[in-house]
Design a protein around this ligand. Structure first.
Ligand SMILES: [Zn+2]
Length: 315
């Protein structure tokens, strides 16, 4: 496994407009969260070079050992096992997926779907249930292999090094992916090429305009500084879509969690009885889904919720 700390990081200009001038908004450790003076895109510098993408992600999520491991915070295996074991978790995910798929079903010209950053393939499984013809792409080979073991056509790779047939899909989804991309504009142009005329694109990403970012400052969970390279707002995600030849048709903000005790929960997992751990985790979800939803409702309507969800159509 490659130690991601051993990779030296570099500074890059704005991924949206190429401008080299930016104002620093936060300094967190060795990282600067900075905003382009020209287009307003918020980005993180320094960052690991794009060629190191698969190494870095395999170090985070990958490797057989990691898939087996259920304790590590960044470990994907733990997440997969949780979703497999806990019915409540799967039901919760399924509800989000169904809502997203319903929107896409009204937008896409057909039923061929490509999920970029498909991870373990849970979204694709739910799409297949709704008679979508599904395929996926993920940078982590261990995640892609898990998806393939569930009879999903998921390839390992990045958009830069994967050939996509022109006009071969009706919808492309990228859930929590665009913030990880080194060159989001180039990658969206690639996806536009793969979409049929009027094809649909759906994106979700942490919202820089989130009320929680303003409350928590540098401790906001959107700042995962080695992974999240760009932090979009409703304005800059709109700019990105326009530049890449898409017409935004629906933009909403969702999932503003009142309680985020993920780290604390992970710390106690294995040390307390499973039933207690599960009760605490369910309690957190219940509070977020009830009280949290009521409290943050006005902010979500003002597009200051924690996660941006955008639907667009190929021009
Ligand atoms: Zn810019």
């Amino acid at each position: 496994m490659v130690d991601s700390d051993a990779i030296s990081r570099i500074d890059v200009p704005c991924a949206l407009c190429g401008c080299g001038e930016a104002e620093v908004r936060y300094r967190i450790g060795e990282f600067r969260v900075q905003q382009c003076v020209q287009c307003g895109l918020v980005a993180v510098n320094p960052r690991f070079p794009e060629e190191e993408t698969s190494h870095v992600y395999e170090a985070y999520y990958g490797g057989e050992a990691r898939v087996q491991d259920t304790d590590g915070e960044k470990c994907y295996g733990g997440y997969i096992k949780d979703v497999e074991r806990q019915r409540s978790r799967r039901v919760h995910l399924n509800r989000i997926h169904r809502r997203r798929l319903r929107t896409l079903e009204n937008l896409a010209p057909g039923r061929r779907l490509l999920d970029v950053g498909s991870a373990a393939g849970f979204f694709l499984m739910d799409a297949r249930e709704r008679r979508w013809e599904v395929s996926g792409l993920d940078v982590s080979d261990s995640a892609a292999r898990y998806a393939r073991s569930h009879r999903l056509a998921v390839r390992t790779g990045t958009l830069k090094d994967t050939h996509l047939e022109p006009e071969s899909v009706d919808a492309v989804t990228m859930w929590e992916v665009v913030e990880h991309l080194h060159d989001p504009l180039r990658d969206l142009l690639t996806l536009r090429h793969a979409l049929r005329p009027h094809g649909a694109l759906a994106i979700s990403t942490p919202n820089y305009d989130s009320v929680l970012r303003r409350i928590r400052g540098g401790r906001w969970h959107g700042f995962k500084l080695d992974e999240h390279l760009s932090l979009f707002s409703p304005q800059t995600v709109g700019l990105l879509l326009e530049e890449a030849g898409f017409e935004p048709v629906r933009l909403l903000t969702v999932r503003t969690d009142l309680l985020r005790a993920r780290r604390a929960l992970l710390r106690i997992r294995g040390r307390v009885p499973d039933a207690l751990y599960e009760t605490l985790r369910l309690g957190q979800t219940a509070i977020n889904e009830s009280l949290g939803k009521v409290i943050f409702f006005p902010w979500e309507k003002l597009l200051q919720g924690d996660v941006l969800e955008v639907y667009a159509r190929k021009r």
